[in-house]
Design a protein around this ligand. Sequence first.
Ligand code: ZN
Length: 347
Amino acid sequence: MIDKILNYKNLTKNELANIKQEIMQSNDARLMFLYLYFIDHEHLEDISMKILKTGNLRYIHFLLRSFKVTNYANIIEYILININDAKYLYNILYDVDYLDNNYRLQIINKIITLNDNKYLLKAIYYYFIILNLYDEELFDKMQTLCQSLFKITINKDNYKAILDNLIHQKIVDPKGFSPNYYEGRNGHIPHLIVCHINNTYASAINHFYDEKSQVSSHYVIRQDGHIKQVVSLDNSAYANGTSLNENSDVYYKFASSPLISNVKDNANYFTFSIEYESFDGSLTDKQINSSLKVIKEIIKYLKDKYNYDFPIDKEHIIGHNEVNPLVRTKCPGSNFPYDKIIYQLKS
Ligand SMILES: [Zn+2]
């Protein structure tokens, strides 16, 4: 079925109608989403309600994140009633950028009731700093929370700086490389640079050095421009995994970059990954400078080791969303300055 969906252009009208009927009767949220994503955006509202009915939270999240669903109020109300997982709620707040302010506040208020400080802090930071919104009632709650959780008194003059400090906690870099990598490149010459974001440097580093997380990237670049190399360029980081199994959400053929979808292997083997500390893809000038430094290092490495001339263009410097468009829709985010980086690399 997946191959039929991906090759829908070669199907007759009848075959397409049959596929649609089969999928809509299946109660399978994943197939409905894939059908919507690859073939039929026109019936967004109908199919959205069908996906909601399945109760499949993963695809309800994917649906809201990938499409501007007009009828989203039904879905958010379902989420507000049924979800008691602060991480899920935060992801909805963060990923669904067309939410009405009233729903944003309802989601944050629900997170407040769940006592998960990590996602509460992220939600508040996202609301007040990244979205640059203000709500008096939420401000009062935040004041009380900061006092009880962190023994910090905030007011209208200092709250931005304090939230910034709280979210960007300082950590000492671990020594050496992460345990999360594959040895070597499985016979490939790595030839793509994939850009990622992580909300904070500390969470990226903590994750990448935790063997249980099974994630890593070659470099992490902090807001202040500090660079930490996490995986040797000789090895494959666990950053852009694609799967050959079509039942996986990271099936390699889903990639929108043909340089990924045409190579029948795990994309980690033939990519380099750079993780930037950012919420929405925008980078500081210092991060851009560090980025140029790191990419030049990669280019030199490829020339020295493989005599390969890395093409400096948008086809070869891509986003995680082009590797895994279903799962990593907002990595590295719409503000990511590809043009600036490519232009400066070339000059
Ligand atoms: Zn990513």
